[in-house]
Design a binder for this molecule. Structure first.
Ligand code: SUG
Length: 454
């Protein structure tokens, strides 16, 4: 873990026309609408929930409705909600690149018959976890006063590495306004998993913050302790540094911290499985970071009013934290200024976590409430509430409104999901051409409903 106290000499004042007046800039949570191909193919090494559900039957319709219910819940707290669309699945362009030819239907049928594992990669609905879509640096942190958004290459897992071209295309539409700068993914040699390994502390969302980049290995070299653990480290230090540079961050307010190998080996494949930040609060497990004392000292130096809530292993073991997804929660500032956690129901069902949370919200700290939501279908693939959202601090008026949610749109999307999404996908269904026809028709109906072609 390091922080570089040298100020960035190229730092300029934010362009005033790009930063809107106080109050119009808010945190918007962009959730991934869960796609009709949601299934349990166990494609993610090191993700224990995904491995545990290998070959289970998924319920895409229930999954998407759970996701929409979570969005409604967050809107009900008085917050602004957005969404991103599921990607084209099966990814016919990817399969063509892998040498399958013919009409789209032929490409799909040939790939399914020739290589079921490769076909599963092309079918994954993994873009639902939008915390991995991109890294976002709000305008208040950047040299040019724009909100910078870098698509993540997700290069460590094959099924995720094919997401970024379509994700970037979507981000470029949603954030086409000059208030934003949308960047392509970094080269694949430098693994980047987006906001799942990035945290931001600030006094308020629209004020300059401290951005914390958490990495698992250096990247870009076979030497130097690369991939020495039980499970792969997905985020590279060099990728994090590149993102900080291209976003024009002030190096005096940027911190790089190593994940602990213990956490990675216990199944914390992303930092957001063991830590979450919001406003001045960092809520983390004591075993999340390689050098927690150094991180705390770095934060204290750059942000004296930072509040670190460190959960000791004696209260919640790393294993309980990871299986319950205590930290993979949305830590939100509500309109009244208080903070609330939106957690998965699995956290409530874990006795050590339930007891910890009861004491936490009863205490005098900044976190005043804990709410539990049912996102079981996503959880079974290792994605909790925090994985399901990408936070963008911006004026909603600058965002393409087609990507913003309201309750009438949520109603329409629920009807659409009930009509088009497959009810279940079991392992035997994967090779069925009818299923893939249904999945493609479902996405087409969604694009028509929201009026986006991407
Ligand atoms: O990359 N699961 C995702 C879960 C991502 C969670 N995101 C965050 N922690 N921010 C992953 O491991 C499972 C898909 C499968 O196995 O078929 C999957 O990709």
């Amino acid at each position: 873990m390091t922080s570089n106290p040298t100020p960035n000499p190229s730092r300029k004042q934010p362009a005033p026309d790009l930063i809107r007046g106080e109050g119009s800039v808010v945190e918007i949570n962009f959730d991934g609408l869960i796609g009709p191909s949601h299934n349990y193919a166990a494609l993610s090494l090191g993700n224990l929930a995904s491995a545990r559900h290998a070959g289970a039957t998924s319920r895409p319709r229930a999954a998407a409705l759970q996701g929409l219910a979570k969005m409604r819940f967050v809107m009900g707290l008085g917050l602004t909600q957005g969404f991103l669309l599921p990607l084209e699945r099966p990814d016919v362009g990817f399969l063509r690149g892998m040498g399958f030819a013919g009409t789209d239907d032929q490409v799909i049928a040939r790939a399914a018959a020739a290589d079921p594992r490769l076909f599963a990669i092309a079918c994954s609905a993994s873009s639902m976890w939008t915390a991995n879509a991109a890294t976002v640096s709000p305008a208040a942190d950047t040299a040019d006063g724009r909100c910078h958004i870098s698509a993540a290459n997700l290069s460590r897992m094959a099924h995720r590495s094919i997401e970024h071209p379509q994700t970037h295309a979507q981000l470029a539409i949603a954030f086409a306004d000059p208030a934003f700068a949308v960047h392509e993914a970094l080269p694949a040699a430098f693994g980047d998993e987006g906001a799942a390994n990035h945290m931001r502390l600030c006094s308020r969302h629209d004020a300059p913050g401290v951005e914390i980049f958490v990495f698992g290995s250096d990247g870009g070299s076979a030497a130097g302790g690369e991939e020495g653990g039980r499970f792969p480290a997905r985020q590279n230090r060099r990728a994090s540094e590149a993102i900080a540079r291209r976003h024009g961050l002030d190096s005096a307010r940027t911190v790089f911290a190593a994940q602990s190998q213990t956490a990675i080996d216990a199944g914390a494949f992303h930092n957001d499985v063991v830590a979450v930040a919001n406003g001045p609060v960092l809520f983390a497990h004591e075993q999340a970071f390689a050098d927690p004392a150094r991180l705390k000292a770095d934060l204290a130096a750059v942000m004296p009013d930072a509040v670190v809530i460190e959960v000791p292993a004696s209260a919640v073991s790393l294993a309980d934290a990871i299986s319950s997804y205590l930290f993979n929660s949305q830590l939100l500032t509500l309109p009244d200024g208080s903070m609330a956690l939106v957690l998965p129901k699995e956290a409530e069902a874990t006795p050590s976590v339930r007891a910890y949370l009861a004491a936490l919200v009863a205490g005098n700290g900044p976190i005043r409430a804990a709410h539990f939501v049912d996102v079981r279908e996503s959880m079974q693939n290792g994605g909790g509430p925090a994985c399901m959202r990408l936070r963008v601090v911006a004026d909603p008026a600058r965002v393409d409104p087609r990507f913003l949610m309201d309750s009438a749109k949520a109603d329409r999307l629920e009807r659409l999901v009930e009509t088009w999404w497959p009810e279940a996908i079991g392992p035997a269904d994967m090779a069925n051409p009818d299923l893939w026809g249904q999945v493609r028709a479902a996405r087409a109906a969604l694009l028509a409903e929201v009026g986006i072609s991407v």
